[in-house]
Design a protein around this ligand. Structure first.
Ligand SMILES: [Zn+2]
Length: 101
């Protein structure tokens, strides 16, 4: 199917799903480094908040403990690198899970 117009679109042309522009939260707060202790606390607290009020949490790891990719979280390249290092440090210090079953 090389011809795009031959494809039958599910939604009408005008009703294209507009993706919400994601902004890196670390860039907003102008963070130059990410403290793994602070990050682990933030992730744990946001997890609790989700359980009580049902709000969508702003955390950087999945239920299973995996690091959420940049394309989903909206974190910029620089901060994603710092974030990954911080999460890995948190894991070693037993603040964050390697694996959640
Ligand atoms: Zn950033």
């Amino acid at each position: 199917m090389l011809n795009k117009e031959s494809k039958a679109p599910k939604a009408p042309a005008g009703a294209k799903r507009v993706a919400k522009k994601k902004v890196c939260p670390f860039c907003v707060s102008k963070a130059t480094e990410i403290n793994y202790i602070q990050l682990a606390k933030e992730i744990q607290e946001s997890g609790n908040r989700y359980d009580k009020s049902g709000e969508k949490r702003t955390r950087y790891i999945t239920e299973k403990g995996k690091i959420i990719p940049r394309r989903m979280s909206g974190v910029c390249l620089h901060h994603q690198h710092l974030l990954a290092v911080a999460i890995k440090r948190g894991r070693v210090m037993a603040l964050l899970p390697f694996k959640n079953d």
